[in-house]
Write a new protein. Sequence first.
Length: 366
Amino acid sequence: MHVQGELFLYDPETKNTTNLLAESSMHHHKLALLGFGNVGQALAKLLISKQAELKSRYGLTFSFTGIGTGRHGAALNPAGLDIEQAFALVKNGESLDQISLQEPPVGGADFVNRCEADVLFENTPVNYETGQPAVNHLKLALEKGMHAITANKGPVVHAYRQLSDLANAQQRKFFFESTVMDGAPIFSLFRTSLPGANLNSFKGILNSTTNLVLGRMESGESFEAAVAYAQEIGIAETDPSGDVDGWDAAVKVAALVTVLMGVPLKPSAVRRRGIRHIQPREIQQATDNGLRWKLVCSAVRENDQVSASVAPQMVSADSPLYQVDGTTSIVQFETDVLGSLSIIESDPGPHTTANGLLADFLNSVS
């Protein structure tokens, strides 16, 4: 059957009609997941849930050719892995090695070398000091002709220019939307909608754990009890020092400065003070005076330099930061063309981080 601009095939047995031209325009993408914890699994589930939509709306299909983990082994299959089987194995604490069609890879570099993917999602744990081994994983992926996507902040602050230049040379994409505020559109906003804007400064709350802890301390909880609650609900790590001592926030500040302000900045150059020292009496004194403690992240352009800090501050009711409760995050940008622009994200989690990774995938291949 032929309709102008389209060609259909009718199957009399099933009574199904297939648009042959639409099928021929489909693009199949082989995906590799390096890191299969909460974020990696959330991404896989999101992709599966949107499989039909991705096919009809964007003309793309996908398969998982590799899954690599730190504790549950790794699996490779160029024809595509059974993702549901992978979920089950990890849930039961078993190794993915048993579903690998090939000899399981040893280490991240071996995984990237052999995954035969078009797109690598690098979601291994962050290394605040060097960004490794994620930097090398992404570099190798780009050298092998893959798009490189990550939620790992380390490579952005330690190798942004190196990886971006390599991606351009390879005609591939290096995207990292989920590194700050869990996938809220920050980097893509400036890249696509504000290409002519200069960022002069920003201020915000970029760490969910500390905001939750300070809020619960306002209700009378001790610092230790508030941190324990954050750990119980999965917001804080077993070792919460990266959050409460300001390291996570400092890395995010460094990423924003490096990418959006064009000034390379290492986390160690961010003036940093966490919330560990704040006493309950200080919380109460602030409340009595109509103020609230917040871990404030900020950066200001000063000629060709940028001054950046992470520190607890008391904010008043007229500040946009005052009403930010629980695990909500906010960042307020000051540009030369739009004035003040704020982005707020509520109830972040692996699902919102996964959405940023999905957006990066679509922006890479579309």
